[in-house]
Design a protein around this ligand. Structure first.
Ligand code: FAD
Length: 606
């Protein structure tokens, strides 16, 4: 039984401590503890949530957002370029982390992006390697569609590109509507083809995604995949409701070795001491940098503001924050399809809960399963001048500036590629839940969330107090670069064009968001709408970037924090730039690869 108490830790000699039992953290913990000769401890701030319908039932996605105990309920600082709005930044809290909160889509990035990761100075982090780890983490369940449905809905995965023995289960969506097919047909009408196998490294075009849902129609996540099957391991320990506040080091001859982890559980501060091997930070893109800063690792100017002595001068910590920013479009539709709008009626919801038991109705599947990934050409973006047109690159240090310039050069190369997506249209089978517009009873809707995949804007996440329980200041700096605003407007224009294109146009009754009045104002109206309504799609990365030190990196290609001998980061904060996909597959792959890197070093040490 791995769940342990604080007092029991005093009698255990621990080899590895994983800080954060989220998506990547539980993967690394499970893989390391396959070796019976090492002892692994996971420290997670949240609880172990057991049998919670809002986690398990796919059709309930979104219901735990802003729910105390399930979401950290972080908010951004006022967003200067988005009408000073404070924008929610959901993050999963509890074992499983964001894998218990996410919207179930399992996507893959492009081959070019993964190879760019290596080109930025990270040997071994390329498409081939990441494909191996994505496959290792997953099992593709057998298709549930006929051949003609697979073609119509653009989902015909090739067996050899997917994993068959991994802990994360991937399955086919069960809600495939007429509107969904009309959306794809309209895309084809304007020259955007279906892509039935989007996991091959070329992820452009129209596609239906695979979902992290198991054969019982329940959410598959890092708890169900990696922790629960290993609960009987005697060398795996899990401490929940313990908030890590600091890493403690022993320094000899300028080499800093993490030997302890301080945490607060129920108001009492304790320390796990004498860690024999590594400490692995897997607290996610907002809290991994926070823990580094609280431990004295970061930019001395930031740390000094809160009386924290700088232990390792590493200005990249908490810089380079990027997220996928997007905006909703919603239309009223005339259709025979069942849309999720009907679930707002409690009687209908009850019926669907009954149907769910037979894996039928609106609940066994995600509310959103059709996507279009747009190339620069589809969006009408300039393909060669984006980076060079960008303003003078500004960054707090010359190293960070150099690293950013390299990222922009990579972004420019990606833009000129015909096989690279830069925008996304996410189909939602009903009215998107947004603050300023609600569905009217009895009406049916469809929504397209329009997303910018490679923003040029960069933000930060930094501590605002020496008190470790005070949330960090999250500043994604959305739309700081005008090019991002213009690009997002152009992505919205593609969505509006699709609503006007047959056969989809025959089902569209009226524009709801943006309203017809806003659309009639042209680009200016849409620009204002984007500033007023944009929000993230929850993929923050880059805040503990894996880059060479001279380019402002925080960790090296072995995930070691610069200046330390055994403090590593294994979560999506290491990704130096945003990818053209939803990123849970990469979080799992990072967890897998981290374990192999660590185990590989262990073998070398022997
Ligand atoms: C609402 C939402 C929807 C999403 N939808 C999708 C989707 O459909 N498809 C997709 O591919 N991706 C999606 N994502 C993104 C994806 O799920 C995340 O990027 C990924 O899970 C992040 O993994 P991680 O390991 O980096 O962090 P997390 O999984 O967030 O893990 C971090 C863990 O650390 C813990 N922690 C934090 N601070 C401390 C501390 N001080 N002490 C101890 N523990 C701590 C947290 O509680 C958490 O358990 C979504 C994300 C969200 C939030």
């Amino acid at each position: 039984m791995p769940f342990c108490t604080v007092s029991s830790l005093e009698t255990i000699s621990i080899d590895y401590v994983i800080v954060g039992g989220g998506t990547a953290g539980l993967v690394t913990a499970a893989r390391l503890s396959e070796n019976p000769n090492v002892v692994v401890l996971v420290i997670e701030a949240g609880q172990h949530h057991v049998s919670v319908p809002e986690i398990e039932i796919p059709g309930y996605i979104g219901r735990n957002i802003a729910r105390d105990g399930f979401d950290w309920t972080f908010l951004s600082v006022p967003q200067k370029h988005a009408n000073d709005r404070v924008i929610p930044q959901p993050r999963g809290k509890g074992l499983g982390g964001s894998s218990i909160l996410n919207f179930l889509g399992v996507f893959r990035p492009s081959k070019q992006e993964m190879n760019a990761l290596e080109a930025l100075g990270n040997p071994g982090w390329n498409w081939e390697s990441m494909l191996h780890y994505m496959q290792k983490s997953e099992t593709l369940l057998p298709p549930t569609l006929t051949d003609s449905e697979a073609v119509k809905y653009a989902v015909k995965p090739k067996k050899d590109l997917h994993g068959s023995e991994g802990p994360l289960k991937k399955s086919f969506p069960t809600i495939l509507t007429r509107l969904h097919a009309e959306f794809f047909d309209a895309a084809e009408y304007i020259g955007i083809p279906r892509n039935p196998e989007s996991s091959s490294g070329i992820n452009i075009g129209a596609m239906t995604f695979l979902m992290s849902v198991d054969s019982d129609s329940k959410r598959s996540n890092s708890v169900s995949g990696y922790l629960e099957p290993n609960l009987s391991r005697p060398n795996l320990f899990v401490l929940t409701e313990a908030h890590v506040t600091k890493i403690i080091f022993n320094s000899v001859n300028g080499l800093h070795r993490a030997t302890g982890v301080e945490f607060v559980k129920h108001g009492v501060t304790s320390v796990v001491r004498n860690i024999q091997k590594d400490v692995i930070l897997a607290a996610g893109s907002f809290q991994t940098p926070q823990i580094l800063e609280l431990s004295g690792i970061g930019n001395p100017d930031v740390l000094g503001r809160y009386g924290i002595e700088t232990f390792i001068d590493l200005p990249g910590v908490g810089e380079n924050l990027q997220d996928h920013v997007g905006v909703s479009t919603i239309v009223e539709v005339e259709t025979t399809d069942l849309t999720v709008d009907s679930l707002s009626d409690p009687v209908v919801e009850k019926e669907h809960l009954e149907l769910y038991k037979q894996k039928k109705g609106l609940l066994p599947s995600s509310r959103t399963s059709a996507f279009i990934y747009l190339t620069a050409e589809d969006i009408g973006l300039p393909t060669s001048t984006v980076a060079s047109n960008n303003k003078v690159v500004q960054a707090p240090t010359p190293a960070l500036k150099q690293g950013l310039e390299k990222q922009y050069r990579i972004q420019e190369q990606l833009l000129s590629s015909k096989n690279q997506a830069h925008g996304e249209l996410l189909y939602f089978n009903g009215h998107h839940s947004i603050l300023y517009s609600a569905p009217e009873t009895g009406k049916k809707y469809m929504s397209l969330f329009c997303v910018l995949l490679h923003p040029l804007s960069r933000g930060t996440v930094h501590i605002t107090a020496s008190d470790p329980l005070t949330p960090p200041a999250i500043d994604p700096n959305y739309l700081a670069d005008d090019i991002d605003l213009d690009s997002l407007v152009q992505i919205v224009e593609v969505a509006l064009k699709l609503y006007d294109t047959p056969p989809l146009s025959q089902s569209v009754k009226a524009h709801k968001v943006p309203s017809q009045g806003v659309i009639d104002q042209g680009k200016n109206g849409l620009r204002e709408d984007v500033k007023e309504n944009c929000r993230p799609i929850f993929h923050p990365v880059g805040t503990a970037a894996m880059l060479p030190l001279e380019d402002g990196g925080v960790v090296d290609a072995n995930l070691l924090v610069y200046g330390t001998t055994n403090l590593r980061v294994a979560d999506v904060s290491i990704l130096p730039f945003e990818l053209s996909c939803h990123i849970q597959s990469i979080a799992y792959a990072i967890g897998e690869k981290a374990a192999d890197i660590i185990m590989g070093e262990q073998v070398l040490e022997m």
